[in-house]
Write a protein that binds this ligand. Structure first.
Ligand code: FAD
Length: 385
């Protein structure tokens, strides 16, 4: 991978300024566009989706998250959209949208969480009319193309959930509810509610068939991407905690040492799960008989990362105390951002589903753990079982 250290430093500095000003993270997105990272998964680029690069992609998402959690969130949405285009677009659509990224550095986002009135699509011969709103639209007006999911009036394959890619030039300012986003953390992800009602677009904005968005294994296994951003944020909490204690000359204290050791154990556990889940993804993504294993592994990865991050946050708070968590200090923001970003959909059901898989395949936990794919030196996979 190219060295993006300077970008990460700049994104880290901007996180402080944007938090203080309360403005949109526009400068951060300009930097992201200039860095070339928007194109990194396109054909012929470093992490081309056509090849096996998931562990590297997860590490990249982690690195961006460690520099700036909000940008990590927005960048993950961009990568997710490009992956859905890679999987489900026609050749013509793929060329068009990929070219928008390659030539013009356009930013994409996936907004699937419905607002108070969910999205629906009414189709005519040549056009689609949208009704409803989306909540949690990370990147908001900074995004150039938004992938939104909604109920189509032309269901097929037993599903009515259709993807549509909306050029944001069609979404004028009054549709964006800037008052809708007053979260505890991740303010700079600018995840506003946006009303799409009445917007009409051409049929070639339809991506894939109804049901494609939720297809196994990609939808559920995709949780490993946001988990990687979260782990990067936990690494930032660890690094900032150490820097704070070093400034106070408190690193020789045995209790502080114990907490730092436990934080390092937690972060490294997270890294092992992320790396394994990336290898799992690459080795099993084209093997339908392995999809359930892959999804269960991704679900458990996501939940392990949540536990790891919660442990790091608790230990960090004990290490630095009240003074260390005072605004406008950097740590105060990291604590709020990570605590908030850890709240992802249906964590209880996620654990139940993974446990359900383990119970159904009652072959002993050693079988589940032992089938984890490991990448060998010549880039092939060995599956230990
Ligand atoms: C910073 C941030 C950025 C985001 N950006 C985007 C984005 O760009 N695009 C997008 O589509 N989404 C985005 N989201 C939304 C995200 O995908 C989730 O929809 C959101 O985080 C759900 O969180 P929740 O805690 O409210 O989930 P919930 O699923 O409501 O979980 C809350 C609690 O309720 C429990 N629970 C869930 N369902 C039930 C039930 N039926 N009965 C009883 N208990 C239940 C859960 O187990 C959990 O304990 C973002 C979220 C965050 C935090």
């Amino acid at each position: 991978m190219r060295d993006y250290t300077t970008l990460y430093q700049q994104l880290g500095q901007l996180a402080i300024l944007t938090e203080q000003s309360g403005e949109m993270p526009a400068d951060e997105i300009v930097l992201l566009k200039e860095s070339g990272l928007l194109s990194v998964v396109l054909p012929g680029h470093e992490l081309d989706f056509s090849d096996d690069h998931m562990p590297e992609l997860l590490n990249l998402l982690k690195d961006v998250g460690r520099s700036n959690g909000a940008v990590g969130r927005i960048y993950e949405g961009h990568i997710n959209t490009l992956f859905l285009i890679h999987l489900y677009a026609t050749a013509e659509q793929r060329n068009y949208w990929f070219n928008q990224v390659e030539q013009y550095q356009k930013l994409f986002g996936v907004w699937n969480t419905d607002g108070a009135i969910g999205i629906s699509f009414k189709r005519t011969e040549n056009a689609v009319t949208i009704n409803g709103a989306k909540g949690f639209c990370s990147g908001s007006s900074l995004v150039d193309y938004a992938l939104i999911g909604g109920k189509t009036d032309r269901p097929s394959n037993g599903s009515d959930w259709q993807m549509v890619i909306v050029p944001m030039v069609l979404v004028d300012e009054p549709r964006i509810d800037y008052n809708s986003w007053k979260p505890m953390g991740m303010k700079a992800s600018v995840s506003h509610t946006i009303d799409f009602s009445g917007i009409e677009i051409e049929n070639d904005a339809l991506l894939g068939m109804p049901g494609d968005y939720l297809k196994a294994p990609y939808f559920l296994a995709g949780a490993i991407r946001f988990a990687s951003v979260q782990l990067g944020m936990a690494e930032a909490v660890y690094n900032n905690t150490l820097a704070f204690l070093r400034g106070l000359n408190r690193l020789e204290d045995p209790f502080q040492k114990m907490r730092i050791g436990r934080m390092a154990m937690a972060v490294h556990t997270g890294q092992l799960w992320i790396t394994n889940s990336g290898n799992e993804f690459d080795s099993h993504k084209n093997q339908p008989d392995k999809y359930n294993h892959l999804i269960a592994y991704a679900n458990l990865t996501r939940l392990t990362i949540e536990s790891v991050c919660l442990e790091v946050l608790e230990l960090s708070a004990k290490c630095v105390g009240a003074k260390g968590l005072m605004a406008p200090g950097d740590l105060e923001r990291w604590h709020r951002d990570l605590s908030y970003y850890l709240r992802q959909p249906a964590p209880d059901a996620t654990l139940q589903n993974a446990a359900g898989f383990l119970i159904k395949n009652d072959e002993g936990i050693e079988h589940f753990s032992g089938t984890t794919a490991v990448k060998t030196e010549n880039n092939e996979y060995t599956v230990y079982s």
